[in-house]
Ligand binder design. Structure first.
Ligand SMILES: C[S@@+](CC[C@H](N)C(=O)[O-])C[C@H]1O[C@@H](n2cnc3c(N)ncnc32)[C@H](O)[C@@H]1O
Length: 230
């Protein structure tokens, strides 16, 4: 792991582009998957439960946690340092939300108990593990999830500008070349859908890979959104 401490409140959103607050609204695909069975064949168990234990790793400004708290789910968030957990709390407080269960951890070490979560969420966070850390990370994610529980994992596809611009050293070991505070950071990007699915299948019994895309200013942002059942 390299440079992770560079994440802070200041670089969590771009004031120079007019943003006044850190990201505050949840990931659209996450909302869809948690709101209707029509998006995946694997999520139906989530809809039979009254109370869901949910955890997001890399919860940053709490934009996804806000959605879980709205639903009154038993919500946990993990960030890599105290400055970032303060950012999560502060941004959630802006919406009158309080989160009790906010902890410091990272992809490979999450201080929570085994087989506890119905839903585990990693949105644009798994690729901050690189090389062999990817295996450790998926083992850690899977450890926390109950049998038949779900992991939702979003990561850039090979069509995403960040991957097109970055430099591959070997599988799951890339150097970020997309500029900004992460420049030259080691990343664990995946080459394509087949390799992502193959890796996830080692840790989960069933895996579906969905896709999400945005294009603006000729920049192509495209992500795989994996639905994984333990
Ligand atoms: C692109 S942000 C995504 C934030 C949030 N999940 C969302 O969807 O808006 C990546 C997050 O990963 C966190 N992060 C960086 N390195 C990490 C690591 N090794 N383990 C876990 N989280 C990490 C950062 O602090 C940041 O919150």
């Amino acid at each position: 792991m390299k440079n992770v401490e560079k994440w802070n409140e200041k670089n969590s959103f771009k004031r120079s582009k007019g943003a006044k607050f850190p990201p505050s609204y949840p990931n659209e695909m996450l909302v869809k998957l948690c709101s209707s069975k029509s998006y995946s064949n694997l999520t139906k168990n989530l809809f039979n439960k009254k109370k869901i234990n949910v955890c997001e790793i890399g919860c940053l400004a709490g934009n996804n946690l806000r959605f879980f708290l709205d639903r009154k789910w038993n919500t946990y968030g993990i960030e890599i340092n105290e400055k970032l957990t303060r950012l999560t709390k502060k941004n959630l407080n802006r919406f009158g939300k309080n989160i009790k269960n906010l902890k410091i951890g990272n992809n490979t070490k999450i201080p929570l108990k085994d087989n506890f979560f119905d839903l585990f969420v990693s949105i644009n966070t798994i690729h901050y593990s690189s090389g062999k850390e990817i295996n450790k990370t998926l083992k850690e994610y899977s450890r926390l999830i109950k049998k038949n529980g779900i992991a939702l994992i979003e990561t850039p596809s090979e069509k995403h500008d960040v991957i097109i611009k970055s430099k591959k050293i070997k599988d799951n070991l890339w150097v970020w070349k997309w500029g900004g505070f992460r420049n030259n950071q080691l990343m664990g990007f995946f080459d394509n859908k087949t390799k992502l699915k193959k890796k996830l299948k080692k840790y989960f019994s069933e895996v579906e890979i969905l896709e999400r895309s945005e294009i603006y200013n000729k920049i192509n942002l495209n992500w795989y959104f994996a639905v994984c059942k333990k």
